[in-house]
Design a protein around this ligand. Structure first.
Ligand SMILES: *Cc1c(COP(=O)(O)O)cnc(C)c1O
Length: 403
């Protein structure tokens, strides 16, 4: 079997672009919080497809919705109305600050839509020249040209210049810096309420409220990128609900379809006239198939107690990791909310990720030194205990001079 595994991976390395530094396992099956590789080895999954599989792998609800809708109608384009799309939009509007929804296929596309809406609206309202969007250092908004231009990390932008103009960066958690950056070319501020790829960076007390105040005073649009932290991951449906601050525009993707590709851009009514017929479009956006599944996912997150469960499991995991901090001085910080949790180390986290994988646990590392935990929201306490036991073992033997 091992020989066969090597063969599969050798073929992959030959026929696909090497854009991903993949781990040397080939996953073939999943159920709940578990996945199996082609040798039959089992892993407890604390990555969840990068915050995507909120209801876990092979969720019977999802499978059933997928199967039923695939027999009815998969795709017809947005030249026509389709019922599952309208139903998902209704659910999102009823359960958020927003009045309108645009569907697309990924987080990057949702942010593209947000950037386009903000610019077009501002041009209509304020005239030429008001197009700059302020973004945060350490942010991540996607890999398309516009969204990588909006991303505050050099490593994402390298080699792709000239980048799109009209983006400006200020440090996250710095209200003074933000205020100083606002001039009369600025139309909007985009940020993740909790930065995910940046290493689970948490907003300081009063920060998001302060950003909202600046936006209100200067008549700027506030865009929240909730692609990673939204859809229940923090224990509320949307991360911003914890802070009592609503944006004008919000983007969603990752967990929205539990693994089917779907993104959404939501906004308040006032902006909707800027996106009239012909202003923006995508062929696959909100197909009956993905929206039928996403409605099922959203209803389950809201109605089946997963938000409370996520808050409880998150508090437990975070508390236990904080306990580790006293025992292991290489753990510098533990941050997060619900089941988006980061443990910042004073050294590279890759050896921990590798050791976990060998012992049958998938975890992830952001920014080289932040162990990141994004398990399905349905993860159980026993599964968390199992991971913690293994982490404890690994930490005991973690070489002091590593990294
Ligand atoms: C993953 C992510 C994106 C990009 O989503 P894709 O579906 O990969 O295009 C954008 N913003 C945030 C906050 C993300 O975590």
């Amino acid at each position: 079997m091992n020989g066969q595994m090597k063969e599969t991976q050798a073929l992959a390395d030959k026929v696909m672009f090497q854009t991903y530094a993949r781990f040397p396992i080939t996953l073939v099956r999943g159920e709940g919080c578990r996945v199996w590789d082609e040798d039959g080895k089992e892993y407890l999954d604390f990555v969840g497809g990068i915050a995507v599989c909120a209801l876990g792998h092979s969720s019977p609800l999802v499978t059933e919705a997928l199967e039923a809708q695939s027999k009815e109608l998969v795709h017809v384009s947005n030249l026509y109305y389709t019922k599952p799309q309208i139903e998902l939009a209704r659910l999102l509007v009823e359960n958020s600050f927003a009045d309108r929804v645009f569907f697309c296929n990924s987080g990057a596309e949702a942010n593209e839509a947000a950037i386009k809406l903000a610019r077009r609206y501002s041009k209509e309202k304020h005239g030429e020249g008001r197009h700059t969007i302020i973004s945060m250092k350490g942010s991540f908004h996607g890999r398309t040209m516009a969204t990588l231009s909006a991303t505050g990390q050099d490593k994402i932008q390298i080699g792709y210049d000239p980048l799109l103009t009209g983006f400006k960066f200020v440090p996250f958690n710095d209200l003074t810096g933000l205020e100083k950056a606002v001039d009369d070319t600025v139309c909007a501020v985009i940020l993740e309420p909790i930065q995910g790829e940046g290493g689970v960076v948490y907003p300081q007390e009063g920060y998001l409220q302060g950003v909202k105040k600046i936006c209100d005073e200067k008549d700027l649009l506030l865009i929240f990128d909730e692609v990673q932290a939204g859809m229940g991951r923090t224990g509320k449906l949307f991360a911003h609900e914890h802070f009592g601050v609503a944006p004008h525009i919000m983007t969603l993707a990752k967990a929205l379809g539990n693994g089917l590709p779907i993104g959404a851009m939501l906004s308040i009514e006032d902006l909707s006239s800027a996106f009239g017929p012909g202003s923006h479009a995508t062929t696959f956006g909100g197909t009956p198939l993905v929206t039928a599944v996403a409605s099922t996912v959203l209803k389950s997150i809201l109605d089946d107690g997963w938000l409370n469960h996520c808050a409880q499991m998150g508090a437990y995991l975070k508390g236990r990791l904080e306990g580790f901090r006293e025992k292991y001085d290489f753990i510098k910080d533990v941050r997060g909310l619900g089941l988006i949790i980061g443990a910042e180390l004073d050294r590279a986290g890759a050896p921990v990720v590798k050791a976990c994988m060998e012992k049958g646990f998938l975890i992830n590392c952001a920014q080289d030194n932040v162990l990141r935990f994004l398990p399905p929201l349905i993860v159980g306490k026993e599964e968390i205990d199992h991971l913690l036991e293994t982490l404890d073992e690994i930490f005991e033997h973690f070489p002091a001079d590593n990294g």
